[in-house]
Design a protein around this ligand. Structure first.
Ligand code: SAM
Length: 295
């Protein structure tokens, strides 16, 4: 598959606008100052383009996945919250996460001994390494990294390995990502977790995708004692707070005292740009309009 770096992709013109196609009746657009490449992989349309405000942006099937300027919010919150809540996470499984941001943040924890990342599309990994290196950085070279290119749903259905934390950094429940929002997938994640393990996932923007809150809550509740959400404000996932899904049989994991989180955070010697122990303690407090969809 060629990589016509620098060529302006058909339909996406330098000086033109990228129009995200996530919602039917609301659109966000980005001015395009360069198109680094645009190809269809065997799974999805993959494009990386340059913008004045968000830096480089990866979009899959015309849906914004990650931007250089605000990726830190999502990647810090989807990793440090479960890892610091768990307290002794050694083995981590990432499903999706092709840009490498989740992998990078997991590996910052010295306590983490192994991270298996199961990504369906090798092309996303390769092109993010080439065109958005600030996101993966050296994560894929880390000796603790085990990259597996396959469907994440198939992997968790078959794996004999067990994990302390499973992080599902998937696309939305359309196309290849759809299987990562099913009851069967959550059941297999539960089977793949060690006792007291924690599952977190990308769960959409409740103001725009409220049905995904109800759907995933009910499906995870069937396999886990505790199923809930926490929130973070990510500019490029517009429409207000993004919800991050949470599930565990450790019903106390969501309520680790702030003093304990602070101790673990300082012991981990993490330098963060969004995550703080105070944000960790507060992010499980949900707006009323989100709570009403958890039923
Ligand atoms: N942070 C983004 C978000 O919140 O929408 C997601 C970023 S990451 C690029 C999403 C990744 O999920 C993509 O690389 C995509 O190829 C991968 N993916 C989608 N379906 C998958 C599946 N069934 N198994 C494994 N990876 C999958």
């Amino acid at each position: 598959m060629t990589d016509p770096t620098g060529a302006s992709a058909p339909g996406l013109q330098i000086g033109g606008w990228f129009k995200e196609k996530l919602y039917r009746d609301v659109r966000q657009t980005y001015r395009v100052t360069d198109v680094l490449f645009h190809e269809r992989s065997e799974h999805q349309d993959v494009v990386i383009f340059e913008t004045p405000v968000y830096g480089r942006v990866l979009a899959l099937d015309d849906i914004v996945q990650v931007t250089e300027k605000d990726e830190f919010v999502y990647h810090e919150m989807l990793t440090h919250v479960p890892i610091l809540a768990h307290g002794k996470a050694r083995d981590i499984l990432i499903i999706g996460g092709g840009d490498g941001g989740i992998l990078r943040e997991c590996l910052r924890h010295k306590s983490v001994k192994r991270v298996t990342m199961v990504e369906i599309d090798r092309y996303v990994v390769d092109m993010c390494l080439k065109h958005m290196p600030s996101i993966p950085q050296k994560a894929f070279d880390d000796k603790r990294t085990n990259l597996v290119i396959t469907d994440g749903a198939k992997f968790v259905a078959e794996t004999k390995d067990r994990y302390d934390v499973i992080i599902v950094d998937s696309t939305d429940p359309v196309g290849p990502g759809e299987v990562l929002f099913t009851e069967e997938f959550y059941r297999n994640c539960k089977r793949s977790l060690k006792p007291g393990g924690i599952l977190t996932n990308q769960n959409g923007v409740p103001f725009m995708q409220a049905d995904e809150i109800t759907m995933t809550y009910r499906r995870r509740k069937k396999s886990f004692k505790d199923s809930g959400f926490y929130v973070a404000a990510i500019p490029s996932y517009y429409g207000g707070f993004m919800a991050l899904g949470w599930a565990s049989d450790n019903t106390k994991a969501r309520a680790v005292p702030l003093a304990t989180i602070k101790k673990r955070f300082h012991a981990a010697k993490l330098k963060t740009k969004y995550y703080t122990p105070e944000i960790h303690a507060g992010c499980f407090g949900l707006p009323a309009f989100v709570q009403q969809h958890i039923r």
